[in-house]
Design a protein around this ligand. Sequence first.
Ligand code: COA
Length: 129
Amino acid sequence: MSKTRDHSRSILSVTVLPEDLNQYGSLFGGRLLSWIDRLASICATRHCRGNAVTVALEAMSFDVAVKQADILILTAELEKVGRSSMQIRVTALREDPNTGDAKRVCAPLLTFVALDRDGRSTPVPPLED
Ligand SMILES: CC(C)(COP(=O)(O)OP(=O)(O)OC[C@H]1O[C@@H](n2cnc3c(N)ncnc32)[C@H](O)[C@@H]1OP(=O)(O)O)[C@@H](O)C(=O)NCCC(=O)NCCS
């Protein structure tokens, strides 16, 4: 049975804390990548309701720096579904906690593949337009 994007859209809001920073005082890129992968994984799981692993992450750029106390808002949404693969766009916004001003930090595309119990790729529901 097909599913809509609304069914799997996933959102994460976090405040950037001292332990999230690199040695230069801005957000550590690896931390952001981890949040992106986790959120996309939830989106994939909600669509297929089974096991799903990351197989690809499109080359990504960090467009603006994120500082301590900024609010990060990540949204993961399905773009396309194949037989067993799911392409998920994660958009990260940096929100100024004092003004509410929001800027796009990055918007990578990730591919997840649904796996059966034996670790082989398995079909996922089609995506409704
Ligand atoms: C996922 C995995 C089982 C797929 O193996 P495979 O032999 O390529 O399987 P298939 O040929 O059946 O392909 C399955 C799907 O993956 C897609 N795919 C495979 N490699 C891909 C890649 N590098 N980028 C995008 N899609 C890819 C295929 O296009 C196919 O999509 P479709 O079913 O929608 O047509 C295998 O690549 C794997 O185990 N990778 C490691 C995943 C992992 O451990 N991730 C955790 C992070 S390290």
